[in-house]
Ligand binder design. Structure first.
Ligand code: ZN
Length: 127
């Protein structure tokens, strides 16, 4: 199993990685809420799990995102923290703080929209 057991989750939930985002990233469980999906996608950026980010993007919206640019962003950034500002059933507003490729501290604020297809949550878009 994971060599990182006991480690706190990347998404700043104060839970262990194993009890939080890891099962979602491994595909052994699926997020039950939009907020859980949002958190797991942040953890996917931190761990550079681009397939997870693509798979959890709504099939209708996937064409607007490129695996290459996601990987470039994920890999060139040093992820510091995630803060959820507000969450409702289908929307999550958050701030992701990271050092960009030039080492500059950046706060990315986004209001993300999510949708449920079948029993799975997907990211739609954000602004
Ligand atoms: Zn987490």
């Amino acid at each position: 199993m994971s060599s990182e057991s006991g480690q706190m989750c990347y998404c700043c939930s104060q839970k262990s990685f194993e009890a939080c985002c890891e099962p979602f990233l491994l595909g052994t469980a699926f997020p039950a809420t939009a907020e859980e999906l949002m958190r797991s996608r942040y953890s996917a950026y931190v761990t550079k799990n681009v397939p997870y980010i693509m798979e959890t993007t709504s099939p209708k919206f996937r064409k607007y995102y490129s695996a290459k640019s996601i990987l470039e962003w994920a890999a060139s950034s040093t992820w510091i923290s995630l803060e959820i500002l507000s969450a409702s059933e289908k929307r999550v507003k958050f701030v992701a703080t990271y050092l960009d490729g030039n080492g500059e501290l950046t706060r990315h604020t986004e209001d993300s929209r999510f949708e449920k297809i079948g029993d799975r949550w997907y990211f739609r878009d954000g602004n």
